[in-house]
Write a protein of this length. Structure first.
Length: 261
């Protein structure tokens, strides 16, 4: 690949069977598609075979973006944005009933996920999110309580997204070959009606305070965020617990209490 840039964490998916499997997770016919980091268009080409209504590509690499614009210049329903996804406002596109795909650069994949979780409008305009992550990160995103992978990322993700499907992808399916396995995860937006958190950044802040000392009991850290009366309002909470022993719902309740004050 003549344009390969290590600084952008580029690993191009080259296995056609895996590409078909990813695209086959959802019905694309007459749907609006957003693809983050399309690279050389391998996934885009497969999406096009399934008759989408529109495609929006967001590619940071200047040379790749120019190539994509040339490659798909005859398609009026396909737009290419040469932009950094971490600075690009997907919400402003207002593409209803869309599906977002992304073979994400390993070095910024968690930041991209958090950016989407912070969307102001929820439920959002997209119906499905299909992302490829480094396996180790994927395990943390879908980590259930209680398990070794349960933590900040799974608590924040599960507040707004539900895991639908997942599968592993070998290193051999990429060029250049990465050192680790990957995981494709299909996620759907969900509305948590039990707990109303206005800003996900507050949940990020709370989990950060607790998990900064994840081996220690929470008795000191909880007093940084709640007073005695508030602590008594949180059921299923024992001050001798460690952060990973606390259920997601408890973190949501704590965040709710913080926001009320």
């Amino acid at each position: 690949m003549k344009y390969l840039k290590k600084s952008l964490g580029q690993n191009f998916l080259s296995d056609k069977n895996i590409i078909k499997k990813i695209v086959g997770l959802v019905d694309i016919n007459n749907k609006n598609i957003i693809e983050i980091g399309p690279g050389n268009g391998a996934l885009t080409d497969e999406i096009l075979k399934n008759n989408p209504k529109s495609i929006t590509l967001v590619e940071k690499d200047n040379l790749l973006a120019q190539d994509l614009k040339k490659k798909y210049s005859s398609m009026e329903f396909l737009k290419v944005y040469n932009d950094d996804i971490l600075k690009f406002d997907i919400e402003k596109l207002k593409i209803k009933d869309s599906i977002i795909f992304g073979n994400l650069p390993y070095n910024i994949s968690s930041q991209i996920l958090i950016k989407i979780l912070n969307f102001k409008k929820w439920p959002p305009d997209f119906n499905d999110l299909i992302f490829m992550f480094q396996k180790e990160l994927g395990d943390k995103i879908i980590g259930k309580y209680p398990s070794s992978n349960y933590g900040r990322l799974s608590i924040i993700t599960s507040y707004r997204l539900e895991v639908i499907k997942k599968f592993l992808v070998s290193q051999n399916c990429f060029f250049p070959k990465p050192k680790v396995k990957s995981m494709v995860i299909q996620l759907k937006p969900r509305l948590n009606k039990e707990f109303i958190i206005k800003k996900i950044k507050n949940l990020e802040k709370i989990t950060n305070i607790f998990f900064s000392n994840k081996r220690k009991m929470i008795n000191k850290n909880i007093k940084k965020v709640l007073d005695e009366n508030q602590i008594n309002m949180v059921s299923q909470l024992n001050l001798k617990m460690r952060p990973a022993e606390i259920k997601p719902d408890v973190y949501y309740k704590i965040t709710e209490l913080i926001e009320k004050n």
